[in-house]
Structure formats: structure tokens, C-alpha cells
Write a protein that binds this ligand. Structure first.
Ligand SMILES: Cc1cc2nc3c(=O)[nH]c(=O)nc-3n(C[C@H](O)[C@H](O)[C@H](O)COP(=O)(O)OP(=O)(O)OC[C@H]3O[C@@H](n4cnc5c(N)ncnc54)[C@H](O)[C@@H]3O)c2cc1C
Length: 384
């Protein structure tokens, strides 16, 4: 019997591995070399989005009839986890895919045809605008308001923390169409941003991490949107639409978490085997070996549960509780593990030059967005 069996991903096959080769080539030759400049600028720019579109890496699980690659969540997962393994957090393709799925699952045929092909080509970068300065976890408290006016809605409100916000060509805006009706008065409007009167991108927020990713404020001042830009064409469906896609969204965050854990572990093994102290490699200290053994075990446990969730999603069996468990547990683990990895780098870990330092600071937000981990516990506890 072999001492160590390589982990076999239960959902990968030859086609997926070929796709992975193409993804890693793109990341290593095009995205990674541009990352430092993107971090300085605060966004990755439109060109790389279009390039990813050209390579069929965007909307990979959207059917071909809407311009997608006609794959499934495995393709999405490969792209996300390979970026996370390399500490590349500039392109929020997760949010882009979530927007595409809202259109696919809830949009009218006309909305799907109008927007999805351009999203798949990277011409329209997608964003979803829920959070407001005074409403994050408590989404029912949002104040953005759309008032019907003939054929149009007039949309006003302020959104904040919007991922892809600076580059976004298509924003799904969660707003109230009937403020007196609570959740049933919430709708989602589709805003195509180019040349849109009354639409303004505010600051690209000065986050502590994920410096290459544009997270912005967005302002809507009496923005006129035609009634056919109401997602699904029916008012009051916003909360139902948001809830329906939660397993998909939470799994995306968990894929990022496990990818980052695996990338951090691999980088730390390499570093500790090379770095020498007291006449031996850092790896050879018993503390380092034990720490890395613990981390490798935790990474394997996380991977096993994640892969099970991915399979469940593919089989349309993943529920919100299972996905919330994955989001909460793997992102907590990501933060603990990367902290321990950074320790094994010593002072070099505490610089932006080393991937582990960037991974450490980028990991922190994983416990906050996509529903905070406290909200995940609320959701899980309701099922007990
Ligand atoms: C980098 C980044 C990107 C983001 N991207 C997007 C995006 O693309 N689109 C978007 O709409 N939003 C986005 N967000 C916003 C994000 O979803 C919110 O920050 C998050 O939902 C928390 O809301 P809040 O910041 O208002 O915190 P609050 O809701 O004010 O929470 C503050 C604290 O109270 C806790 N808390 C709140 N309610 C409860 C409760 N019921 N039980 C126990 N504890 C509770 C929270 O867990 C947290 O610890 C992003 C945020 C960041 C930082």
C-alpha cells in the first residue's frame, strides 16, 4: 500500500482537467503578471474581463444558447479555486456569475437574450447592489426606492460595498417598489450603466485588503429605467429571487476559501523547506511539521465537505443550510490556517511582496460578505 494516496477530486474528469490547464495558463501568463499594477490602480480594468470572455472562462455554466460556455458548476469552481490558490482576488467572477444566474433563473427570455451573451464575452461586468450605508445584514431595511411612472420606474438610492462596482456595466439593484409591503414590496431592477442619466459611481472604497478588486459606492438619482428592466417582469419578487440563489452564492465563497487554504499550504511547505535556521530547514523543526500536518488534515476535511457540496449542487440537492455551513466553516478555517501559515514565514510573511501576506489580509472579508458568519449561524440554527 502506498503511504500517501493523492486526493482524487470526485467531480473532475479529463475534460475538467483540460479546462483547468487552460485556466492555469491564463492565470499564470496573463492575470498574475498584471496583478501588482491592478492592486495599485484599485481595479483590474476592462481588458482582462474581455480576455477572460474570449477564452470562455466567464459564465462557463450558462447555456450556450445565451452565449455561455454550456458547462456546469465544476467549470466555475475550477476558475475560482485556481485564482484563490494564487492569491488573485482582483476579478470578482463569483459576483459576475451570480448576476448571470439571477438573469438565467429569474429573468424574462428577453432579459436573458439581451444581457447574458454580453456578460459571457466580458463586455458587461456584472454587479449586485443590495447593501446600503444603513442596511447590510438587515436587507429589509433598504431604502432605495423605485416609483412607477408610466412605462418607467424612477429609481433613487445609495448603495455601498458593491463588488465590481467601478467596472460594472450591468447592476442588479435591489429596491423597494412598495415600501409598505415589507419583503413583498422588494424588487430587483436591471440597470445598464453606460450613459445612464442620474447614475454615478462614488468612491472605490479604500479596503484593507483585496486591493485589486473594485468595491464601490453607487448612487441612483431619479434614474429612469423602463418597466421591462424589472427582473422577471413582476413586482415584489426580489426577496424570493435573492433567497433562491443563496446555495450557489455561498458555495462560491466556500470554493474561494478552500482554494486559498490549499494555495497557502502549498506555498508554506515550499517556503519552509527552503528557508534555513539553526543549520536546518524550517520545515524540519517539529513544530513546523506538526503545524503543517494539522493544516493538511484540516484542508483535506474542508475539501471533502466542499466537494460533497459541489456534487450536491450539480445534483440540485444543495440546500441553504448545507451551503451556509460550508461558507461559515471554510471561511473561519481559511482565516485560522492562513494566520498559522504566515507565522511559518516569519517576517517575510508580513509583507505585501509575499503572497501569504496578501492572502492573510484578503481572507478577512470572507467572514463578512455574502452574509456574515453570524448570519450563517442564524440560518443553520433555524434548522435545528
Ligand atoms: C469587500 C466587500 C464586498 C462586498 N460586496 C458586496 C456586493 O457586491 N453587494 C452587496 O450588496 N453587498 C456587498 N458587501 C456588503 C456585505 O454583504 C455586508 O458588509 C454584510 O452583509 C454585512 O453588512 P454590514 O456591513 O452592514 O454589517 P451589519 O449588518 O451592520 O453587521 C455588523 C455586525 O453585526 C452582526 N449582526 C447583524 N445582524 C445580526 C444578527 N441577526 N445576529 C447576530 N449578529 C448580527 C454582524 O454579523 C456583524 O458582525 C460587501 C462587503 C465588503 C466588505
Amino acid at each position: 500500500m502506498r503511504q500517501s494516496q493523492p486526493y482524487e477530486c470526485p467531480w473532475a474528469d479529463e475534460e475538467i482537467e483540460l479546462f483547468r490547464d487552460m485556466v492555469t495558463r491564463f492565470l499564470d501568463t496573463e492575470m498574475a503578471p498584471a496583478d501588482e499594477a491592478a492592486r495599485k490602480r484599485g481595479h483590474v480594468g476592462h481588458e482582462i474581463w474581455r480576455r477572460a470572455g474570449e477564452l470562455n472562462l466567464l459564465c462557463s455554466d450558462i447555456p450556450e444558447e445565451y452565449g455561455g460556455a454550456g458547462g456546469d458548476f465544476r467549470h466555475e469552481a475550477v476558475f475560482l479555486e485556481e485564482m484563490a490558490r494564487r492569491g488573485l482576488t482582483g476579478m470578482n467572477t463569483g459576483v459576475h456569475s451570480i448576476v448571470a444566474h439571477y438573469l438565467l433563473n429569474h429573468g424574462t427570455a428577453e432579459q436573458r437574450e439581451r444581457y447574458l451573451p454580453r456578460m459571457a464575452r466580458g463586455e458587461l461586468v456584472g454587479a449586485i447592489a443590495m447593501s446600503e450605508p444603513d442596511a447590510g445584514s438587515d436587507l429589509q431595511a433598504i431604502r432605495s426606492r423605485a416609483v412607477a411612472d408610466g412605462d418607467h420606474y424612477r429609481l433613487s438610492g445609495a448603495k455601498t460595498w458593491i463588488s465590481n462596482g467601478y467596472l460594472a456595466g450591468l447592476v442588479l439593484v435591489v429596491c423597494k417598489t412598495d415600501p409598505s409591503a415589507g419583503a413583498k414590496g422588494t424588487s430587483i431592477l436591471i440597470a445598464e450603466t453606460e450613459g445612464l442619466d442620474g447614475y454615478r459611481v462614488g468612491r472605490v472604497l479604500d479596503k484593507i485588503g483585496m486591493k485589486a478588486q473594485d468595491t464601490s459606492e453607487l448612487f441612483f438619482d431619479e434614474v429612469e429605467l423602463h418597466r421591462d428592466q424589472l427582473l422577471g417582469g413582476e413586482e415584489g419578487k426580489g426577496f424570493y429571487q435573492l433567497m433562491g440563489d443563496l446555495p450557489y452564492e455561498r458555495l462560491i465563497i466556500s470554493v474561494n476559501a478552500v482554494g486559498a487554504i490549499e494555495g497557502a499550504l502549498a506555498a508554506t511547505i515550499d517556503y519552509t523547506k527552503e528557508r534555513r535556521a539553526f543549520g536546518q530547514s524550517v520545515f524540519d523543526f517539529q513544530n513546523s511539521k506538526f503545524k503543517l500536518a494539522e493544516i493538511a488534515t484540516q484542508a483535506r476535511v474542508a475539501r471533502t465537505y466542499l466537494d460533497r457540496c459541489i456534487q450536491d449542487l450539480l445534483d440540485e440537492k444543495l440546500d441553504t443550510v448545507g451551503a451556509s455551513m460550508a461558507k461559515m466553516w471554510t471561511t473561519d478555517l481559511q482565516n485560522r490556517v492562513i494566520d498559522e501559515c504566515l507565522q511559518l514565514f516569519g517576517g517575510y510573511g508580513y509583507t505585501n511582496e509575499y503572497m501569504i501576506g496578501r492572502m492573510y489580509i484578503d481572507a478577512r472579508v470572507q467572514r463578512i460578505y455574502g452574509g456574515t458568519n453570524e448570519i450563517m449561524k442564524e440560518v443553520i440554527s433555524r434548522s435545528l
